[in-house]
Ligand binder design. Structure first.
Ligand code: MN
Length: 297
């Protein structure tokens, strides 16, 4: 069996020295950032800050409200609302992290500025088939989350013993959300060992679950109810289920970003279904999320 450890690489170890000597470190995540994108960026941001290293987090656009408790979230610069500030940071960065995405197109409107930045670019990501647009690629598609990979980065640097509760809560949130609360096949014994050491920092894991999963607005819950009752289409012959929502339908329920998170998994949970799609209209585009189970890729 081939066992390659993407972290067992001298450039990964040397990265710490590079960071200590850098003057402008920028951490970025993908468009429509999720718990893992925000979690991995803020975990590294918190850890660097505690090590006396200043960095900035820049996101293409807003993150969902259920993440607005995360330590450092109020310091995040959004390109969608402060484009000049965000682009200034990207262009003057000497080290730029690309966390939780595998292609420069995943940062949406920030793509051209990201590509033209002369910074030393570091990808840390777990999506398949990464594009080679960076100077240092740390890619592990077997990892359940980028947050798990950030822990392994701190481990390689010998710093996993002094992870703070703030950093740990960001990593826990990223691992929890990207692993479907520790249920996906990507979860390994290592995931649980890492999670155990995060709990040892004293974080309140139960309250993280509550903050992320039990904070529905009335309109949000009714939107999910409507989507399942009125818009779920099942095609048994094709083992397929689809949910679609138009902009009008979303507006009826006072849609906010993140409200339809996980809806595609509800479609996939229909007995016998192994492929599900969720389509939603957003501005001038239709976003489609696909999920499958078993051998169907
Ligand atoms: Mn992820």
């Amino acid at each position: 069996m081939e066992t390659t450890d993407v972290f067992a690489n001298s450039s990964v170890v040397d990265l710490k020295v590079k960071l200590e000597n850098a003057s402008n470190i920028v951490l970025t995540g993908h468009r429509s950032p999720d718990g893992d994108a925000i979690g991995s960026c803020l975990a590294l941001w918190n850890h660097l800050k505690e090590s006396g290293i200043h960095s900035s987090v820049v996101m293409p656009d807003e993150f969902p409200n259920f993440l607005n408790w995360m330590p450092g979230q109020d310091e995040i610069v959004l390109h969608s609302s402060s484009p000049n500030q965000a682009e200034g940071l990207l262009l003057t960065a000497d080290i730029l992290f690309c966390l939780d995405y595998n292609a420069s197109s995943r940062v949406g409107e920030m793509q051209s500025v990201l590509e033209s930045s002369n910074a030393f670019k570091v990808m840390i990501d777990h999506h398949q088939q990464p594009d080679d647009f960076v100077d240092l690629m740390i890619s592990d598609e077997k990892s359940c989350s980028t947050s798990e990979m950030i822990y392994r980065l701190l481990e390689i640097w010998g710093e996993h013993g002094n992870i703070s509760a703030n950093t740990a809560s960001c990593l826990y949130c990223g691992i929890m959300t990207d692993s479907g609360s520790f249920r996906f096949p990507s979860v390994t014994p290592r995931t649980h060992k890492i999670t155990a050491s995060l709990l040892e920092t004293g974080i309140d894991h139960s309250s993280i679950h509550t903050k992320v999963y039990d904070n529905n607005r009335e309109g949000q819950l009714k939107l999910v109810g409507y989507a399942i009752t009125e818009k779920l289409q099942v095609f048994p012959k094709y083992k397929t289920a689809i949910i679609s929502l138009s902009a009008n339908e979303l507006n009826r329920f006072g849609y906010e970003k993140g409200d339809t998170e996980g809806l595609v998994n509800r479609a996939l949970s229909v007995e016998g279904v192994n492929f599900a799609a969720f389509l939603n209209e957003s501005g001038d585009r239709v976003k489609i999320s696909f999920r499958s189970v078993g051998k169907f890729s």
